[in-house]
Design a protein around this ligand. Structure first.
Ligand SMILES: O=C(O)CCC(=O)C(=O)O
Length: 199
């Protein structure tokens, strides 16, 4: 989904001045918006197996960055986000098939030896920033009554030269659509992820 392409409020949240301050600090330069997603995750819904966002976005050079905002309190019960600390410096790992009874997306990145996922317990309104090489994902929402909604935006550093065509046009932080070249290949894993849902 790209709600910022048809909804002014979504676009305004993508370009929120507070988010921009952190992105500039973490990326060391001016960001551009690449993607927005509203992830509902109602009670009983599957999660998204562990993955790396730049496998999908194919930002070059460098990688993308997520600003993942909890709209509900998120914990182990309702399928909170899991992240692998220090994986921001990992290379992209080619995914295996995920267990689709637990994950709506078909890809799963194996956890490298010596690394371990941890739960990022968050309160509604918290935002977690992480780059496109960080291994992350979530399990099913096992709560009977609690949604786990999140608002997820992806960005790239503004001097990028390429990105997957699904993320064009990009959006400058002052709200203009911009276009760069698209990456025609499947990135370091070859092939294509078409048919897979979402980053
Ligand atoms: O929220 C989740 O459980 C996973 C979403 C995600 O990983 C992503 O936006 O890349």
């Amino acid at each position: 989904m790209h709600p910022h392409r048809f909804n002014e409020k979504a676009r305004a949240y993508m370009l929120h001045p507070k988010t921009r301050v952190y992105l500039e600090r973490f990326m060391g330069g001016e960001p551009v918006g690449t993607q927005t997603m509203y992830y509902f995750k109602p009670p009983g819904a599957r999660g998204q197996a562990m993955h790396q966002d730049n496998f999908y976005l194919l930002v070059q050079p460098g990688t993308c960055m997520a600003a993942w905002t909890a709209l509900d309190d998120c914990d182990a019960e309702n399928g909170g986000l899991m992240v692998v600390p220090n994986s921001q410096n990992n290379d992209l790992v080619c995914p295996e098939r995920a267990d689709v009874s637990l994950s709506y997306a078909p890809h799963r990145v194996p956890i490298p030896e010596g690394q371990k996922p941890v739960l990022a317990e968050m309160k509604a309104g918290d935002t977690l920033f992480f780059n496109g090489n960080v291994i992350h994902g979530s399990g099913p929402n096992r709560s009977k009554t609690r949604f786990r909604r999140s608002w997820i935006c992806h960005y790239a550093k503004g001097d990028l030269s390429r990105i997957s065509k699904f993320f064009l046009p990009l959006v400058s932080m002052d709200g203009r659509d911009i276009v760069v070249e698209f990456e025609p290949g499947g990135g370091p894993c070859g092939g294509t992820w078409e048919g897979a849902e979402g980053a």
